[in-house]
Ligand binder design. Structure first.
Ligand code: PMP
Ligand code: GLN
Length: 384
């Protein structure tokens, strides 16, 4: 077999993820890496000790496919306290291999050939390929203006008899904007009396700044009845490499999601789940996160205040967009490449997430980094 035969690719337009591309470029050039979203500091030693303890206690074989019971129960408590919604630990929560798997399972469970899925752009890079893989049709709607607001009238008029799902993400990657209570109420109104499923990507729920409140889909009674909410422990507890997250949804939806979960990974790493279950018993472990990251955001923005970049401070996530139109008129992909190769700093060009890769002269910088790294990165930015 030479491998020299025709392959009819199921995803012909899908390229290597920009996160892999930019992180590799950063490594190859010894650059500071503010591109892919991960912390360059350690996860809490207490949490690592809990994982090690779980291993020593013999939790090294398959856990239940939907996840460790005590962890699902802790998630129920957290959601009840924060968003006043009571999910059933047995039938409405599944632990997944990161939020990535949760998103994949939710889309695959419901989207069929010819179904339309509304996606707000710029959008995280897994949504649309997964929709297409299932024969669905992404319907793109551009977020508006400097602050990337949702035009709900446009969303409403994009709905057809084929609309199966709408995907939202708050706090939003890559823009660092958040949906307000008013946004969520408008969405709830639009989806009233429809069979449209809301897929709500809330991986940055605990990274929200300037006294904004996270507006989870699970907070809104009508909305929560048709919502799948996805979350990521990797983002919350500084351990993206452990690839553990979860999704919550009403029982009838979760039943279908679990069928796909069973076929993709069946179950998720066991010792980490035991550790998270115990770690979640101290709410400060996630409630203190907003302050921690807001301090980093402010430090980074203060370091670059005299640079030529312009910006609106991020309201959530650990990303900050910077506009470079006062520096150059080259496109963002070229500028990002030059920044790595010539100046030793990696970022993410935002056009890759936009409709028709529209370039607004913006780069995304991840500020989940040590203060020292942020200072060094800022020195480079200030010289441009
Ligand atoms: N959604 C968004 C918006 C993200 O930024 C990420 C990256 N963390 C994911 C989903 C995937 O999360 P995970 O790393 O838990 O798979
Ligand atoms: N979510 C991370 C980001 O936006 C990357 C995740 C990944 O590399 N797949 O940078």
């Amino acid at each position: 077999m030479t491998g020299n035969f025709d392959i009819n690719s199921k995803l012909p337009g899908t390229k290597t993820s920009i996160f892999s591309v930019m992180s590799k470029m950063a490594n190859d050039h010894g650059a500071i890496n503010l591109s892919q979203g991960f912390p360059n500091f350690e996860t809490d030693q207490k949490l690592k000790d809990l994982v090690f303890q779980a291993m020593k206690d013999g939790y090294n074989q398959y856990p239940p496919d939907s996840g460790v019971q005590t962890l699902r129960e802790e998630i129920v408590k957290k959601i009840k306290t924060l968003y006043n919604k009571k999910y059933d630990a047995n039938s409405e929560i599944t632990i997944t291999s990161g939020a990535t798997e949760a998103l994949y399972c939710a889309i695959t469970a419901f989207v069929q050939k010819g179904d339309e899925v509304i996606v707000l752009k710029p959008a995280y890079d897994t949504y649309e390929p997964t929709v297409k893989l299932n024969g669905g049709i992404p319907v793109q709607i551009q977020l508006k203006g400097e602050n990337y607001r949702v035009d709900w009238d446009e969303v409403k008029s994009a709905i057809t008899s084929k609309t199966k799902m709408i995907i939202i993400n708050t706090p939003h990657n890559p823009t660092g904007t958040v949906l307000s209570e008013k946004d969520m109420l408008q969405l709830q109104e639009i989806l009233k009396n429809t069979n449209i499923i809301l897929l709500s990507d809330e991986v940055y729920e605990h990274l929200i700044f300037d006294s904004e409140k996270h507006q989870s889909a699970s907070k809104f009674t009508d909305l929560s009845e048709k919502s799948v909410v996805c979350a990521s422990f990797g983002k919350t507890f500084h351990n993206t490499g452990w690839k553990t997250g979860y999704c919550v949804a009403p029982k009838n939806l979760m039943k279908e999601i679990r069928k796909i979960h069973q076929l993709t990974v069946f179950s998720v790493n066991h010792p980490m789940q035991r550790a998270y279950a115990e770690y979640l018993q101290t709410p400060a472990h996630y409630l203190d996160l907003s302050n921690f990251y807001q301090t980093k955001r402010d430090l980074f923005l203060n370091f670059i205040k005299d640079s030529k970049f312009t910006f609106t401070p991020s309201k959530g996530t650990y990303y900050q967009l910077l506009n470079f139109s006062r520096i150059t008129d080259e496109n963002d992909v070229h500028f990002a490449e030059k920044l790595v190769k010539k100046h030793g700093l990696a970022s993410i060009p935002v056009s890759v997430f936009n409709i028709n890769e529209k370039d607004n002269s913006q780069l995304r910088f991840c500020f989940a980094k040590t203060d020292d790294t942020l200072e060094k990165a800022a020195e480079i930015l200030c010289k441009l």
